[in-house]
Design a protein. Structure first.
Length: 318
């Protein structure tokens, strides 16, 4: 590669990063100048260049070299179908900024297919951010299926029911999972799954053409605990079992093996499929989720990943 071409690529990289910081992270031009170690005037020109070159349309359209390198390394190490890495803010190791836009872009690629598809979704804050970023579309040919129950232990509906929100935005058929996330007993879970309408939803989810899930960490900041699906005693029991993370409320260890525990005997979510040939996309970032993401990658619970550069670097150290 010629020196001139290298300089041009670096200029576009800087413009893309500046555009992302301005439009996605909400930083001022003074903030951007400090982060890129340049003048405010240069930062302003870089943001303008990002727009004029079409690098930023709210989503990042120009792949930054560092992110591409990290994505390729993760893809090769874990044999993924694909890996997307978005820029990260160095002062917040657990930031999820940018994941919503990146996830929405991948979901939209699936939705643009004319052939009818069944697309399954987990739940959670990051997936809800992806849903919020989706363009309004008309996709009556597709089926949107929930992988996880939408009722908390107190009977309230979960705030992060992603599938219904996506189906509403794209005018597609929606198949919710009208179940408690965690049943009161193993027997209740079996009875619920034997109901004809639930069995049909579970079969649709099993046969999905593409699946999108969040990845949760465990501990006091675990979504399962914060959102009230499991209590302090149950969280303490999981900590002693070697649990490292959860996907659609299925709890697994650092190697990705489903843990033999009371929660997994009562969870009503669709059973996880190891080494699926169809895309199972995990969307997550945060140093606090590194072990959870590693477990999912090692066991092939997911075969595609969307994360940020700080998290990607930590994954490659694992």
């Amino acid at each position: 590669m010629s020196k001139k071409l290298q300089q041009e690529n670096q200029r576009l990289d800087d413009a893309a990063r500046a555009g992302w910081l301005y439009y996605v992270a909400g930083k001022t031009q003074d903030d951007i100048a400090k982060r890129l170690n340049t003048s405010r005037q240069s930062a302003q020109r870089l943001v303008a260049l990002a727009v004029s070159e079409g690098l930023v349309k709210v989503r990042l359209e120009h792949p930054i070299a560092r992110c591409m390198e990290l994505a390729d390394a993760i893809k090769q190490r874990f044999g993924l179908q694909f890996c997307d890495v978005v820029p990260a803010l160095s002062d917040d190791p657990n930031s999820t900024l940018g994941l919503g836009q990146a996830g929405a872009a991948v979901i939209e690629r699936e939705l643009k297919a004319n052939t009818p598809k069944t697309i399954a979704f987990g739940t959670g804050r990051v997936l809800r951010a992806c849903a919020d970023e989706l363009a309004l579309m008309h996709c009556p040919q597709h089926k949107i299926v929930s992988l996880v129950g939408n009722i908390a232990s107190d009977g309230a509906a979960t705030r992060y029911d992603v599938a219904v929100h996506i189906a509403d935005r794209i005018k597609a058929q929606h198949y919710p999972m009208p179940l408690p996330v965690i049943a009161s007993s193993e027997e209740e879970r079996q009875q619920l799954h034997q109901q004809a309408h639930i069995a049909r939803i579970l079969m649709l989810a099993k046969r999905a053409d593409a699946t999108f899930v969040g990845i949760g960490n465990l501990g006091q900041t675990s979504p399962l605990h914060v959102d009230g699906f499991i209590d302090d005693d149950e969280m303490g029991s999981l900590a002693g079992s070697g649990a490292a993370g959860e996907i659609i409320s299925w709890v697994y260890n650092l190697e990705g093996a489903i843990v033999n525990c009371d929660i997994n005997r009562r969870v009503t979510s669709t059973p996880m499929i190891l080494s699926s040939e169809k895309p199972v996309v995990g969307i997550a970032s945060g140093v606090n989720k590194t072990n959870a993401i590693l477990g999912a990658l090692r066991s092939k619970l997911i075969n595609a990943l969307i994360t940020n550069e700080t998290t990607a670097a930590q994954i490659l150290k694992g």
